[in-house]
Every structure is written in structure tokens, then in C-alpha cells.
Design a protein. Structure first.
Lengths: 571, 245
């Protein structure tokens, strides 16, 4: 019940939260370069409450169901982190033909009629790789067997190939466990390109329908020339054979395989950039009108597919008067697929123009090995001439422009009055002069201390004087008790005298004197003993006030006690 | 009687000296009016040796400028700015002088805006402020210590006048230092001799006439001056090769 209420609150709040955020719709794909038949996922994210629609190409075939839900993420906007809440829909599918396809835009129509659109995502579908492997029909004696499939048996140095681990099963499979991938006996760079989950399919082998499972797929770049051995992979398969009572766990070891890596043919140009595949070259000089000494940016972009990630920077030959300013920056924008690495690599050079005039830079040449024609191909980029203005010409132009603004023609005339009010000051305030300036401060402080000490002394003196006065008064009053005939009156007078003395001593009103007050004064102002003594005196006095037949000896005893206390407190 | 006589004599001497000073200046002005610039130059130089001030340096600059001695004119105008850094006429003429030396050079004020503000007041306001704020502070400190009062207004006064005191003290120090030392120099000749140390090895180097040099230090005798150029090079030069201000 509580959970339902909470969920309702959450669902009600989401549009509200959505309203507080800027509305957005985004379209994401799991991979922009895929093979025909390769499954990929599409995700639509939005914080707008409404119907979601998306334009999909006809060649797209959905596979599996779609998934919807809500999520949140943290994004950084203008340097500040911001939480973004959204709902999403994810679905998967594959393309049945090769080509370039546009997915989207995804549109969401809000309840108020307003529509929001996402960007369009472009996906390139490549032809499925023909994979070579040992003949499955030779393994049909096994219920489950594994094979290594590869796109090529022979490649050139720098070229890539695709390796797939595939399991064939003649019985139903429940699950796969403990997969150990294939390996190589020589160094090789590998990158996974397969789907994130195991892909099932069917093949007909020896007239029988066999279920196949693609476990992993990699694009591999061997790093040496020679013969490579691909070591087998291992996987454990849990099968449900109808002929046995219980599921069986089977350990599957695949076949071994080989790749031959051939060296590149002779005739490699000197401007070879170690590229093997298919590439193009483009470039741009940020500006061609520069000032002498200025640094200008040159961008060279190599695009294509192959071993793009390993290519060298194209060699730029600068004429006299131009120098490189620092090392070139490299920016990568590529992804891995069955063609190797697809995308672009941009090299940014910084060139300082040190001389004036018209400067021509030699065209940039970059060579790569084209796999289709199996020859070296040359790419060229031609520069526009740079026109450099000398710094003197610039300064002169600047100064002439500056002069033009203010029209400085002649000097201002001479002065006829001798304005000598601002003259050289004396060093009055240096050294002792500075001390003199600070002396009022010191004087103020010293005087203040002196006056304070004097006031303090005065205060202490007055305090002593007043103490002596009230002590004498109290003692005299105690002595004069004998002049009172009535004993009860004597007790009352004694109590009053003691109260008056204590009020003066503690500098409080007479009404404040009480047992609790006396307890609060101990032990800081009076000792515990004195406090208890005073309380017992008051107790006796109170007892006597309301008693009968008071004896003179009791009163005398109390008089003594009071005298003692007065003398003790005023010591 | 004696005191009265002494007072009158002092007044007479003071008046006479002021008038004598004014006489040289006025004669210099007369020479400028008659376009006898060389004579005016001598008179103003004589006046500077006795009583340097803004007007004398300014008119000396005009005398130099009329004789097309632009380096010296610049020096004179920038020396005038030392006394009145905010003065527009002196700034204008200094810029004009630089334009005559090198068309491409853009003149900049030798003192920062902060310093111009401090110097623009002159010494007297800073001294008065320092004394007044010092007295108020002294009184506040006295009240606080003597009577142990912690009133809010006392604290406000203490804070405010402390700030005023510190600023005015700083103003006095800056003004004193400004007039006590020479900060900049200009070369007299187009190709001065540059040295690595006083009486040391002569070195190759180039200083353009339009360049304002910063004075770093003097040698013991004061005959050699170490300067820094715009591009942070340091050289020693003989004092007679420089115009300092």
C-alpha cells in the first residue's frame, strides 16, 4: 500500500520535475558502423511527457522486445553539475541490407501540443564478413563443438582481420559458462566488435538444422610479420539433452587456426604514413593573411578505414622563414568494426611566420597501402599562399591610425606662472618623523593604561573603606544588644544585624540574603565551613524567634558566633 | 624688541628669496616670448638647480622642444609629471616629444594610476589626514583602555580611522620615496656606451632613444647607474650619459 502510494507520488512528480528542467529528446545508438544482420540497440531518452515516435528505415528489422523505464544522470553545464531525470525506451534490431541509413529523428508530442525532436543518427551497414573455419561437418560426431572463424587466412602487415568464436550445438543449450578466449603466439592488438550478448542462429550442416552461438567477435591487428597461431578457446556449455534425465555440463575446446602476415611490398614512398587500408586526406589553414611573428594553425585530417589508429603524422615541409611552434596535436575520432578502424585522425600543426611577404608552402604528401589494388597510393594537400605583413608596417599603420584619432599637431604653450606649490617635501615623516606620527597612538595607549590603573586603585581603596565601616557597625550593634531587655527582641535585632552585615559584605539587597544564596556563594566567595556556620546561626535564630523561655546563655552564645563570623569574613 | 626685530628680518629674507626665485623664472618666460630659447634653457636649468618644480621643468621642456632637442624635451616634460602626474598639458607635450623622436613609438605615462592618485593629492593632505586620524585613534584607544568600554561605535571608529591612518601613512611614504629617488632615465646620446659593471667591460647592446629605462641602482660613488630596458636587459651606464628623473 505504502509502496503504491510512493510510486504514484514518484510518477506524479516526474512530469513536474520534467517541467522544471529544460525539455529534451535524445536518440542514441549502440554502434554507428555495423554488419548486415548484426543486432544493435536504439535508445530514446526524454523528459517530456507524451507520445514517442521515431522514423526508422524499412530495412530495419526489430528483434527482441522493447524496454521502457525511468532513470537519471548527472551532466555538467557551464562547469556546474546538474541532475537530469528522464524516461527511456530501448529496442534492438538489425539491418538486412548494406548501406547508409538515417535513424530518427525521434519526436515527442507533449500534452500541450508542442513537439520536441531529437537529432538524426546515421548508421553505416557493411556487408557481412565471409568467415573461414574448419568444416563443421567434420565435427558432427560431437553433440556440441566449437570453431574459430576468421575473415582471412593471409593479410598484409598492418591489415586487420576479424575472428569469431562460434559454438555449434545439436542439443538444446541452457547456458554458457567459463569462457576463455582464444590467444596468439605472437603480439597482436585485439578489439571486441561483436554484440554484447551471445547471438544465436541456425545453419544446415549435413542436412541437419544446427543451432549456432556467436560467443565473441574481435578485430585483430597482428603486430609482426610471419606465421601466427591462433590458440583455441574454451567454454563450458550446459545442455538439456532429451535423451538424458538431467542437464549435462560439457567442456568445449575449439580448433586451432593460423594467420599468415605478409610484409608490405617494396616501393614504399618516403612519405608513407604506415597506413594500410583506404584513406583520404583533407586540410585547412586557419588564415592566410597574417602578421609577421604570428602563429597560424594548420589542420590535416586523415579519414578512412584500416589501421587508422596507428598512422603517423604527415610530414609538412616548411620553407625558410616558417618554423613549427611546439609539437602537433592529434585528435582521434574513430571506432572499431570489421573493416578495422573507421573514422578520422586530425593533426593540428602550429606554424610561426617569421618573415614578411608572400610565402608558398610545398604540398603535403602522404602515402598509404591500398588493400584493394595492393599498391601504394599517394594523397596530396595543396596550401593556399600565406601573405605576411611585416611588424614595422603594422606598427606604422597602428601609430598613424592612433595619430589620426587625436590630431597631435604642435606642443602646448609655455606657462607664465611659477606654480611652485608642489615642491619636494622634506623627510619629516621618515625615521624619527614616522615615530612622531605614531606617538599619539602610543601616548593614547600609555595614558589609557595609567588612567585605568589609577581608577582600579581608587576602587580598591573605596572598597576597603566601606568594608571597614560596615564591619564596625555590625560589631557595635552586636555589643549594644545588652541594652535591649526583651530576649525575643534581642534575637530579632541580632538576626537583622547579621542580615545587614551580609548584604553589605556581598553588596546585595537585604532581601537577597537567604540560605540558598549563602550556598551559592560557597565555595568561591566564602568557604564551606563559613557557609554552614552562617546557615546554622540563622537556623538557631529562627528557632529562637518562635520559641519560648529563651535563656540569656543561648543569646550570648549566638552573639559570640556572629562576632566570630563577622571577623572571619572581614579578615 | 629683539624678538620683533628677528621676526621682521626672517620675513624679509624669506620674501627676498621667493622674489629672487620668481625673477629667474620670469626672465626665462620672457626669453621664451622673445624666442630666445637657448637663453631660456639656461635660465630654467639654473632655476631647477635651486628650486625644482613643475612649472620650471615644463617650460624647460618647451624651450628644448622649440630647439628640436626632443630627447631632452621628453625628459623635462616627464620630470614635470613627477610633480603633477595628472597634468594634461605635460602629458600631451611628452607624447608629442616622443612622436618627434620615433613615429612608431606610443607614449605611456611613467606612473601607474594608483601612484598618480596618491601623488596627485600632494604631501599636505596626506600629512593632515595622518595626523587627524592618528589623534582620533589615540583618543579611541585611550577611552577603550582607560574605561574598558566596548561600545559598537567605538569599534567602528577604531576600524575606520585605522584604515584612514594606514592609507595616509602609505601616501606619505610613497610621496617621500617618489621625490627622494630617481626612478627613470633616458639616454642623452643615440649610441651610449653600455657596461657589464661599473668601470667594467663594455658590451654590445642597443637602446633606442625613445626607450624609457628603469633605474635599478647606483654604485657607491653615484657616478654609475644600473638600468633595465623594456626587454629586461640590464646595463651599467655613466651618469653623464643619462637624463634621470
Amino acid at each position: 500500500m505504502v509502496r503504491n502510494i510512493l510510486l504514484h507520488i514518484v510518477f506524479l512528480l516526474i512530469p513536474f520535475i520534467g517541467m522544471l528542467q529544460e525539455p529534451f529528446v535524445s536518440l542514441e545508438v549502440s554502434s554507428k558502423t555495423i554488419e548486415v544482420g548484426q543486432v544493435f540497440s536504439i535508445t530514446i531518452k526524454t523528459n517530456v511527457d507524451g507520445d514517442i515516435n521515431i522514423d526508422l528505415p524499412n530495412e530495419f528489422i526489430p528483434s527482441g522486445g522493447s524496454q521502457t523505464g525511468m532513470s537519471s544522470s548527472i551532466e555538467v553545464v557551464d562547469g556546474k553539475r546538474r541532475a537530469v531525470n528522464y524516461k527511456f525506451r530501448t529496442f534492438a534490431g538489425y539491418l538486412e541490407k548494406k548501406g547508409d541509413y538515417n535513424f530518427g529523428p525521434a519526436t515527442v508530442k507533449a500534452r500541450n501540443g508542442e513537439s520536441f525532436r531529437s537529432e538524426v543518427q546515421k548508421i553505416k551497414a557493411l556487408k557481412s564478413q565471409n568467415m573461414i573455419s574448419s568444416n563443421p561437418s567434420e565435427n558432427m560426431s560431437e553433440k556440441v563443438f566449437g570453431l574459430i572463424q576468421q575473415s582471412k587466412k593471409e593479410i598484409y602487415e598492418g591489415e586487420s582481420l576479424v575472428i569469431l568464436s562460434k559454438v555449434y550445438s545439436q542439443v538444446p543449450v541452457i547456458q554458457f559458462e567459463e569462457y576463455t578466449s582464444y590467444g596468439f603466439d605472437k603480439p597482436a592488438e585485439t578489439q571486441a566488435i561483436g554484440p554484447e550478448r551471445i547471438r544465436t542462429g541456425y545453419e544446415v550442416v549435413n542436412g541437419k538444422n544446427i543451432t549456432t552461438f556467436e560467443i565473441s567477435k574481435h578485430v585483430v591487428f597482428p603486430e609482426q610479420v610471419g606465421q601466427y597461431e591462433i590458440q583455441p578457446y574454451h567454454i563450458t556449455v550446459l545442455t538439456d539433452d532429451p535423451r538424458s534425465f538431467f542437464p549435462e555440463r560439457k567442456s568445449v575446446l575449439s580448433n586451432r587456426s593460423e594467420i599468415k602476415v605478409k610484409p608490405l611490398p617494396s616501393g614504399m614512398p618516403s612519405y608513407f604514413i604506415d597506413g594500410v587500408g583506404k584513406f583520404s586526406l583533407s586540410g585547412k589553414l586557419k588564415k592566410t593573411e597574417v602578421l609577421q611573428g604570428e602563429v597560424v594553425e594548420l589542420k590535416l585530417k586523415v579519414s578512412g578505414n584500416g589501421n587508422l589508429h596507428n598512422i603517423k603524422k604527415p610530414n609538412v615541409k616548411l620553407p625558410e622563414g616558417l618554423t613549427f611552434y611546439g609539437d602537433p596535436e592529434v585528435q582521434d575520432s574513430f571506432s572499431y568494426c570489421n573493416l578495422g578502424v573507421v573514422g578520422s585522425k586530425t593533426f593540428t600543426y602550429y606554424i610561426q611566420v617569421n618573415k614578411a611577404g608572400d610565402i608558398k608552402i610545398d604540398p603535403v604528401k602522404a602515402a598509404y597501402f591500398d588493400l584493394e589494388s595492393e599498391t601504394y597510393k599517394t594523397l596530396t594537400f595543396n596550401f593556399k599562399p600565406i601573405h605576411s605583413l611585416s611588424s614595422e608596417d603594422v606598427l606604422l599603420e597602428t601609430y598613424e591610425a592612433h595619430l589620426g584619432e587625436e590630431s597631435v599637431i604642435a606642443m602646448q604653450p609655455y606657462l607664465t606662472n611659477n606654480n611652485s606649490d608642489i615642491s619636494v617635501p622634506s623627510s619629516l615623516f621618515e625615521g624619527w618623523g614616522g615615530v612622531a606620527l605614531l606617538s599619539p597612538l602610543m601616548l593614547g595607549a600609555i595614558l589609557g593604561i595609567v588612567v585605568r590603573k589609577r581608577n582600579q586603585k581608587e576602587e580598591d581603596k573605596n572598597k576597603l573603606k566601606s568594608e571597614s565601616l560596615y564591619k564596625t557597625t555590625a560589631l557595635a550593634e552586636v555589643e549594644n544588644l545588652d541594652s535591649i531587655s526583651d530576649n525575643n527582641e534581642k534575637v530579632i535585632a541580632l538576626s537583622k544585624t547579621l542580615t545587614a552585615f551580609l548584604a553589605s559584605h556581598f553588596d546585595v539587597e537585604k532581601g537577597t540574603i537567604s540560605r540558598s544564596f549563602l550556598n551559592s556563594m560557597a565555595p568561591d566567595t566564602i568557604s564551606e565551613d563559613d557557609c554552614q556556620r552562617l546557615i546554622s546561626i540563622f537556623n538557631e535564630l529562627d528557632a529562637m524567634k518562635y520559641g519560648v523561655d529563651l535563656a540569656q546563655s543561648d543569646i550570648d552564645h549566638l552573639k559570640e558566633e556572629v562576632n566570630t563570623v563577622i571577623n572571619t569574613l572581614t579578615k | 624688541m629683539i624678538k620683533r626685530l628677528l621676526f621682521i628680518s626672517l620675513v624679509f629674507i624669506f620674501t627676498f628669496s621667493v622674489n629672487a626665485s620668481n625673477a629667474t623664472f620670469e626672465k626665462g618666460v620672457e626669453m621664451l616670448a622673445l624666442k630666445n630659447y637657448a637663453e631660456a634653457e639656461q635660465l630654467f636649468l639654473e632655476e631647477i638647480s635651486k628650486s625644482p618644480n613643475y612649472s620650471v621643468f615644463y617650460n624647460l621642456g618647451v624651450a628644448y622642444g622649440e630647439q628640436e632637442k626632443w630627447l631632452k624635451a621628453r625628459w623635462a616634460f616627464e620630470s614635470a609629471l613627477k610633480y603633477k602626474p595628472l597634468n594634461g598639458k605635460a602629458q600631451y607635450n611628452a607624447e608629442y616629444s616622443v612622436s618627434q623622436i620615433d613615429k612608431r613609438k606610443i607614449w605611456t605615462h611613467p606612473y601607474s594610476w594608483g601612484k598618480r592618485f596618491v601623488l596627485g593629492f600632494g604631501m599636505t593632505p596626506w600629512v593632515v589626514l595622518a595626523i587627524l586620524s592618528g589623534l582620533v585613534l589615540a583618543w579611541v584607544i585611550f577611552i577603550k583602555i582607560a574605561y574598558q568600554k566596548g561600545d559598537r561605535w567605538l569599534h567602528l571608529l577604531l576600524g575606520l580611522f585605522s584604515v584612514v591612518f594606514v592609507i595616509s601613512f602609505y601616501g606619505i611614504q610613497v610621496t617621500n620615496k617618489h621625490f627622494g629617488t630617481n626612478q627613470y632615465a633616458l639616454i642623452k646620446n643615440e649610441r651610449p656606451s653600455l657596461f657589464i659593471s661599473p668601470n667594467g667591460v663594455e658590451v654590445d647592446g642597443k637602446i633606442t632613444p625613445s626607450e624609457r629605462l628603469e633605474i635599478d641602482s647606483y654604485d657607491q660613488d653615484g657616478k654609475w647607474i644600473k638600468i633595465s630596458t623594456d626587454d629586461h636587459q640590464s646595463f651599467w651606464l655613466k651618469k653623464e650619459d643619462l637624463l634621470c628623473y
